[in-house]
Design a binder for this molecule. Sequence first.
Ligand code: ZN
Ligand code: ZN
Length: 94
Amino acid sequence: MKKQLERDQAKFDKVWVRFMEIVCPVCNGLTPVEAFCPQCGEPMLDGGPVEDYLGSYSPYMEKGTCQEQNYCIHLLYCPDCHYDVRAAWEMIIV
Ligand SMILES: [Zn+2]
Ligand SMILES: [Zn+2]
């Protein structure tokens, strides 16, 4: 009887894990981008994630990939002076 219960619990855990997703809060609109241009002080805009761009460097950072996956790298740009910078956001579990 107890064994049966444990099996059910295990089944439940598996289903629960499947519904948890690791997402970037900025990509999903959960966190507003609040950064200001260091050159002119204008609010910077989110240019979107640059994962693909970084992907082209993967041969050089193969060993660090596991750690990098916990972050989503975004390109922030200033609409005024076109200064741009890359910023990493920590992925969250939803
Ligand atoms: Zn993102
Ligand atoms: Zn600027």
